[in-house]
Design a protein around this ligand. Structure first.
Ligand SMILES: [Fe+2]
Length: 201
């Protein structure tokens, strides 16, 4: 692992662009909606992320306390969700050095764009390339998104994929319950695997 736990300074670079090496496993979490969905993360989240080198939160934190909980496990980067910016009359979440509107990561040989909402249904006529340029200033190999509370992993072009880890506390926008998280595991600079896991006791 390149970065020590709680050592966020080594993660930071300018304007939400990060260059990271020797990352084996990234934990993905989104739409934790604290305190609406609960006072804190389920202990199952802490347990399932114990092997990760880095955590990405895809927005709708609502309260920055969730970052503190996650930083106990591994360094965290996050993006702002609509619920962090006042949607439905919620208070606007304060700024935080680990949180940007969108983030671009270069991990091993791959580029990852972290954003809350990413539209990839071609029937809606919204260009994937344009969204990538707008959000990350480049095309990326992996888009990590949230917003829908519905987990998915799928290709969105010949060379890129999207992974949405759903919601760890409000899966499918149901009542608070054990939800879903995601993982990206790298095989050095050669390849990566991505998957979703359902939290369980
Ligand atoms: Fe949400």
């Amino acid at each position: 692992m390149l970065i020590g736990k709680n050592n966020l300074d080594k993660l930071k670079s300018k304007n939400g662009v990060h260059f990271l090496k020797d990352i084996n496993m990234i934990g993905l979490i989104s739409d934790t909606h604290i305190p609406e969905a609960g006072k804190s993360l389920w202990p199952e989240v802490i347990r399932i992320f114990k092997e990760v080198d880095l955590i990405l939160h895809a927005g709708d934190m609502h309260d920055l306390s969730v970052l503190k909980e996650l930083e106990e496990i591994a360094p965290v980067l996050a993006c702002r969700g609509n619920g962090d910016d006042g949607s439905s009359g919620r208070p606007i979440m304060p700024s935080h050095p680990s949180v940007e509107t969108n983030q671009l990561l270069h991990v091993n040989a791959f580029s990852i764009g972290l954003t809350h909402s990413f539209i990839f249904d071609s029937r809606l006529g919204i260009s994937i390339d344009n969204q990538m340029q707008e959000k990350f200033n480049q095309n990326v190999d992996i888009v990590v998104a949230g917003d829908t509370h519905v987990p998915l992993v799928q290709p969105i072009s010949d060379s890129s994929y999207i992974i949405n880890s759903g919601s760890a506390l409000l899966p499918y926008n149901f009542n608070p319950q054990l939800g879903t998280v995601g993982f990206i595991e790298f095989n050095g600079s050669k390849s990566f695997d991505m998957w979703i896991e359902v939290l369980h006791e």
